[in-house]
Design a binder for this molecule. Structure first.
Ligand code: ATP
Ligand code: MG
Length: 414
């Protein structure tokens, strides 16, 4: 006997019930994004590794420890995408889209990260996300956050989430802040994790995104970026915050919020929930004005967010994602009714009805099965029905029964 094959650690088999939730999230996100003027984009699931190395930054956890990278048969280094923004930026540059700004994209699809699997953290997971390219105004940030907030409301989880927002300032502000951070963390080098010691040289801001307890203990007394913001950066952030306020979106300024990836500037934000334990961030994003240039394109401002569907799905209220479409059970009473049962089922489905054709088991068992499936009607078809051209229709909720022709049946159901 051969050994049973297992799922790869950190991957999931999504069964119909879970898939219903995923589709519900995706469908709502897609239709809302459309209302906001976003068009769908689908980029490849793998790219040249360079696409991610250049954009996400060599010191990011994602590039350092989490990518699935392999050499393909042609000798190219390929990486399974760990997130969506880099691929969209690559497409923007390689397809020469800079002439048509602004551009707004929505995407949905699987992402891959070699992380320690636990609830809400998988090695293959799904994200939905949006990217808005070409608008400098802070109101683009507000509009983008408003879309996220509308989505959380639409899928009825907004009351479980809150918005945390911060600014990373512009490059000039960050250079000053970087120096202050290096000074501070250098004084406490002994307490820093090995990763953060490395970040201290390459990207000290990233230390603030560390999940290491020792690192985090140092955060309380670390200098705050807000003390280093220049006039322009402060007024940009004020405009974002007052826009959020004018839309009535509840928020909290979190001066310690930084994002794990290198390309962010100005606005960064997260929608966080207390209901999912350690994996509390359901949606996260920010402004990335330098990204397109890093990819070799013309300087183009951008803002976007991504949300983990696996985490959103865990918050959706029971049954809210199920469509209440009536179910009809069609039951042949004997062998002579089978072909007619097949035809009637086909006709009903062609008219948009949901039909379960129950072909096996004793009659009693088939009725039990219809009940178990939650069927609203049962249609029984035997020799009598074939001869008379009428079928016996039983309303399973009221017990009422009648004999109807196919036309009468269809008009009754519609
Ligand atoms: P975290 O701090 O939880 O590691 P992150 O900062 O790495 O999150 P992003 O890169 O901002 O996450 O991705 C956006 C969203 O995608 C997250 O808020 C989360 O909902 C989801 N996400 C990220 N990594 C995973 C994962 N391994 N499994 C499931 N969902 C994930
Ligand atoms: Mg992560």
């Amino acid at each position: 006997m051969s050994e049973k094959l297992q799922r790869v650690r950190g991957t999931r088999d999504l069964l119909p019930e879970e898939c219903l939730k995923f589709r519900y999230v995706e469908a709502n996100a897609y239709s809302l994004a459309t209302l906001y003027g976003y068009g769908e984009i689908e980029t490849p699931i793998f790219e040249f590794s360079e696409v991610f190395h250049r954009t996400l930054g060599e010191t990011s956890d994602v590039v350092n420890k989490e990518t699935y990278t392999f050499t393909d048969r042609g000798g190219e280094s390929i990486t399974l995408r760990p997130e969506g923004t880099a691929g969209v930026a690559r497409a923007f540059v390689s397809e020469g889209m800079a002439q048509n700004l602004p551009l707004k994209f929505f995407y949905s699809g699987p992402m891959f990260r070699y992380e320690r699997p636990q609830k809400g953290r998988y090695r293959q997971f799904k994200q939905i996300g949006v990217e808005c390219l070409g608008i400098e105004s802070p109101l683009a940030d507000v509009d983008c956050i408003a879309l996220a907030w509308d989505l959380l409301n639409k899928i009825k989880i907004a009351n479980e989430c809150h918005l945390e927002i911060n600014t990373l300032g512009d490059i000039a502000s960050r250079i000053l802040y970087r120096k202050a951070l290096v000074d501070y963390f250098s004084q406490h080098q002994g307490q820093l994790s090995a990763d953060s010691k490395m970040r201290l040289e390459k990207n000290p801001l990233r230390i603030l995104d560390s999940k290491d307890e020792g690192d985090r203990a140092l955060f309380a007394k670390a200098p705050s970026l807000h003390d280093f913001l220049n006039e322009e950066s402060s007024s940009f952030f004020k405009a974002v915050v007052s826009g959020i306020e004018s839309l009535g979106i509840p928020y909290k300024i979190n001066p310690r919020l930084v994002r794990g990836l290198d390309y962010y500037c100005h606005t960064v934000f997260e929608f966080v929930t207390a209901s999912l334990g350690a994996q509390g961030t359901v949606l996260a994003g920010g402004r990335y004005d330098g990204l397109i240039e890093m990819m070799g394109g013309p300087k183009t401002p951008g803002i976007g967010w991504a949300a983990g569907i696996d985490r959103l799905a865990d918050l959706i209220p029971v049954d809210s994602y199920k469509k209440a479409t009536p179910l009809i059970a069609v039951i042949p009473a004997d062998a002579s009714g089978e072909i007619q049962a097949l035809k009637t089922s086909h006709q009903l489905r062609s008219s948009g009805h949901k039909v379960e054709l129950l072909l096996s088991g004793k009659m009693g068992k088939r009725f039990q099965k219809a009940d178990k499936l939650g069927a609203d009607y049962a249609i029984v078809i035997g020799e009598n029905e074939v001869t008379s051209g009428k079928v016996a229709v039983k309303n399973l909720k009221t017990g009422e029964q009648e004999s109807l022709s196919t036309e009468e049946l269809l008009s009754k159901l519609s």
